[in-house]
Design a protein around this ligand. Structure first.
Ligand SMILES: NC(=O)c1ccc[n+]([C@@H]2O[C@H](COP(=O)([O-])OP(=O)(O)OC[C@H]3O[C@@H](n4cnc5c(N)ncnc54)[C@H](OP(=O)(O)O)[C@@H]3O)[C@@H](O)[C@H]2O)c1
Length: 286
């Protein structure tokens, strides 16, 4: 079909990406003649892939680990969020020019808007971790007016780099100081891989939520499992919790709109479909 629009998600590895399921759901729901496929691109092939996907008929696509920085370098034009975060997760072509954006910050904020309205007034925020995802989270917090953002990381140098990058209002701390940082915090965000199923530290708590005030909100951007050990411990302390799946769903929407021309909705049905898929994968029946 000549007018069929094509998009991709590229990464390495890519087999476990849930993005094709998300975009496939929206293509079906809106009856759009389009496709969205996962493409494994080795790091040495990334620059070539970004330069030539248009010739292969793609309107654009998503970029995931480990190519977000390479996509940033390849894009001739970038949106403001990508510039601030230093990484690109969404690519599209405008008159043949490669453009890159970053929708992770928007996805993070939209998830909390949906699940914890009023979250942006919670007070000081503690961000655990200082990797790529932490940069998107800090960008979202700054956009939403947080003026006291405390970044705690095992490797304190990386937290300091983020403090320098994002400037006033963002302070850097070693992970060992987390307990003290929580005493008057209103929002705790885990962006470390601790708590992720199948990784070392999957049972570990990146922080003890008992140290938080009663009004605090706890969110984890790790979404496998949906309820991480941190979220479980926070719920058992009576704190409001928000899982990370909504961030994944919401970050996908702006790309879909760019490639396929329609803003898609993040519905409960979509969320349930992805949760069911995750359950199948964890029992090895994918
Ligand atoms: N929900 C979503 O849509 C979404 C979006 C993006 C990412 N994520 C998830 O977020 C997580 C982080 O992604 P990323 O891109 O930021 O990764 P990254 O750049 O590799 O950073 C990983 C972070 O985790 C810390 N860490 C890893 N293992 C640790 C351990 N055993 N103990 C203490 N700290 C540890 C690292 O600390 P050091 O600096 O000390 O190594 C670093 O701060 C991943 O699980 C990813 O799947 C979710």
């Amino acid at each position: 079909m000549a007018d069929m629009k094509k998009a991709f998600v590229c990464g390495h590895p890519i087999a476990h990406s849930r993005s094709p399921k998300i975009h496939g759901y929206w293509l079906r729901k809106y009856g759009i003649a389009g496709s969205y496929e996962a493409i494994d691109v080795a790091p040495e092939d990334a620059a070539e892939f970004f330069a030539t996907f248009g010739e292969r008929g793609f309107a654009g696509g998503n970029v995931t680990i480990p190519h977000k920085e390479a996509a940033f370098a390849a894009a001739a034009r970038r949106d403001e969020a990508a510039e601030r975060i230093g990484a690109v997760n969404t690519l599209w072509l405008e008159n043949g020019v490669l453009c890159g954006g970053n929708t992770d910050a928007e996805g993070f904020a939209a998830n909390l808007d949906e699940r914890a309205p009023g979250w942006a007034k919670a007070g000081p925020a503690v961000v655990l971790g200082a990797g790529g995802a932490a940069r998107a989270v800090i960008q979202a917090l700054k956009e939403r007016g947080f003026t006291d953002i405390r970044v705690a990381n095992r490797t304190v140098e990386r937290a300091i780099e983020l403090g320098d990058r994002f400037g006033p209002g963002v302070s850097a701390h070693p992970a060992t100081a987390t307990g003290e940082l929580l005493a008057d915090a209103g929002l705790l965000v885990n962006t470390t891989a601790l708590g992720m199923a199948g990784k070392s530290g999957s049972e570990a708590l990146p922080a003890n939520p008992e140290a938080l005030p009663r009004h605090a909100i706890v969110t984890d951007i790790v979404y496998v499992p949906l309820e991480t050990p941190l979220l479980k411990a926070a719920r058992e302390c009576g704190l409001k919790t928000v899982d990370g799946l909504g961030m994944l769903l919401h970050q996908a929407a702006p790309g879909f709109e760019r490639w396929f021309g329609r803003r898609p909705e993040v519905t409960e049905e979509l969320r349930e479909m992805i949760i069911a898929d995750m359950a199948k994968a964890s029992t090895g029946k994918s």
